[in-house]
Design a protein around this ligand. Structure first.
Ligand SMILES: [Zn+2]
Length: 108
């Protein structure tokens, strides 16, 4: 399943331009193989893209992902002004980013 083809072009562009770009596809494939529903994976894609868009100015390393994800959820989401196209649902954001930070190392 290629979730990059199903996602909005702006979300794909933001994700691919970020430090998460190289392992987003293996992560989404991993979720699909684990039995996650397509709608859930699509929402997670939007969450990760939103996070990547916000985090891009920091040029973060993947080893900082967990710390930066916590900051995104606790500081950015409550006052997000990224526009109507981003995914903001707190529950999905937390789940998607927690999954990202726990992703098996071989997928990175
Ligand atoms: Zn935002």
């Amino acid at each position: 399943m290629n979730f990059f083809e199903l996602a909005p072009p702006l979300a794909v562009e933001r994700l691919q331009a970020s430090a998460l770009g190289s392992f987003a596809r293996p992560y989404l494939d991993y979720l699909y193989e684990q039995g996650y529903k397509k709608d859930t994976i699509r929402r997670y894609f939007g969450c990760i893209s939103h996070f990547a868009f916000w985090a891009t100015p920091w040029r973060f390393d993947l080893s900082d992902l967990s710390k930066l994800a916590n900051r995104f959820v606790s500081e950015h989401l409550p006052q997000c002004r990224c526009g109507d196209t981003v995914m903001r649902r707190w529950v999905d954001q937390k789940a998607a980013l927690t999954g990202c930070s726990k992703i098996p190392r071989h997928l990175r």
